[in-house]
Ligand binder design. Structure first.
Ligand SMILES: Cc1cc2nc3c(=O)[nH]c(=O)nc-3n(C[C@H](O)[C@H](O)[C@H](O)COP(=O)(O)OP(=O)(O)OC[C@H]3O[C@@H](n4cnc5c(N)ncnc54)[C@H](O)[C@@H]3O)c2cc1C
Length: 326
């Protein structure tokens, strides 16, 4: 009897709020959350932004809903395409000709993309998560991770409250300090600058993704077909610009598009809006000095195509979605 009481007490003391906490909600983290849940783990996702998706979220901008955050190009990997169709139900289209049927033999230089932009992927992943007991907390920033190496438990302090877990999964771009004996800067940030322009141009969109040089920006997307503006006479273009000054130079950038014949000569700006996305830099080197080995896991992300490296693991547990769902 005494042994039983001792054991129950011991288990109660070691009990954690969750088995696994993920910091961030990029597609990598959302797939991993589903995978961890299928393993039978209690999963918490902490996302400091109001929307999930990280660099792949949809935002409301220039009065248009669910526009891609920034510019995206995935490439032509057909194995990854098949995985996304099978496990998320996303409709994949040729990026360069989004209104035409998919033909792998005739893919344009920019490969494939989601028929409703990256929002479609995140929406479908969230619909799958909604069918599980995974907890997602938006507007919740992980502020500090501390490790109890003896008990093999991590505590994640957020702006609201603290949660304990047996495992914390971060990504290289998440910005969360790890309590460590080493002092020094814990994080550095990178800024990605975007200018959205809703223009009046009744001619058909001339590109979906353009990585060529136009003064002031490094690449751009014409989001018109992905946000359902086709045929309205309006086009939504997002430019990834070089400097904060360029965020206020919409007319000069539009002139550059005209010179490159990327929009009609008569096009003009109806509305423009800047959007800045910041990423962090998780210091993986601090894990061992903080005693976090085996407790803190870094989910390797990087370019979207790197999802492929996780497919063999995820495929073991994830369930294919029925046609036409989720
Ligand atoms: C603007 C931009 C465009 C990109 N375009 C492409 C592309 O065209 N093709 C391509 O292959 N790859 C692209 N990438 C690479 C992209 O980063 C990866 O595909 C992938 O999104 C990386 O996932 P991640 O989780 O590391 O980072 P992110 O996608 O940035 O996600 C990190 C998430 O964690 C959240 N977060 C961070 N710190 C905390 C915290 N302390 N507490 C709570 N939440 C936190 C953030 O809010 C964010 O939602 C792009 C990246 C950026 C930034």
């Amino acid at each position: 009897m005494r042994t039983m009481v001792f054991l129950l007490l011991h288990i109660a003391l070691l009990a954690t709020d969750f088995d696994c906490i993920l910091v961030g909600s990029s597609p990598f983290s959302l797939f991993e959350a589903l995978y961890q849940n299928r393993l039978g783990h209690r999963v918490l996702v902490l996302e400091e932004a109001g929307e999930c998706g990280g660099a792949w979220k949809g935002i409301d901008v220039c009065g248009v809903q669910h526009a891609d955050l920034g510019c995206h190009q995935i490439g032509r990997d057909l194995h990854l395409k098949a995985f996304l169709e099978k496990y998320t139900g996303c409709k994949i289209v040729p990026m360069d000709y989004p209104d035409q049927p998919f033909d792998s033999a005739a893919l344009g230089p920019n490969g494939w993309y989601f028929s409703r932009g990256c929002y479609e992927l995140i929406e479908n992943l969230l619909a799958l998560i909604a069918k599980t007991d995974i907890v997602i907390l938006n507007h919740t920033r992980a502020e500090l991770i501390t490790i109890d190496a003896a008990q093999q438990i991590a505590t994640v302090k957020t702006n609201a409250q603290s949660y304990t877990a047996k495992k914390v999964i971060v990504t290289p771009m998440s910005s969360v300090p790890l309590q460590s004996m080493h002092s020094g800067p814990h994080e550095s940030k990178s800024k990605y600058l975007h200018l959205y322009m809703l223009i009046q141009d009744p001619t058909p969109p001339r590109f979906s993704y353009y990585g060529g040089a136009v003064r002031g920006c490094s690449r751009m997307m014409n989001l018109t077909p992905f946000v359902d503006l086709a045929g309205t006479g309006r086009q939504l273009i997002v430019l990834q610009v070089h400097s904060e000054n360029d965020l206020w130079n919409g007319q000069a950038l539009l002139n550059g598009l005209k010179q490159n014949k990327l929009v009609d000569e008569g096009a003009y700006i109806l509305e423009s809006e800047p959007y800045i996305y910041e990423t962090g830099n998780f210091h993986q080197g601090l894990i061992s000095s903080a005693g976090g080995q085996g407790i803190i896991e870094v989910l390797q992300t990087g370019n979207f195509i790197n999802l492929s490296s996780h497919i063999p693991k995820w495929e073991q547990m994830l369930q294919p979605v029925a046609a036409g769902s989720p």
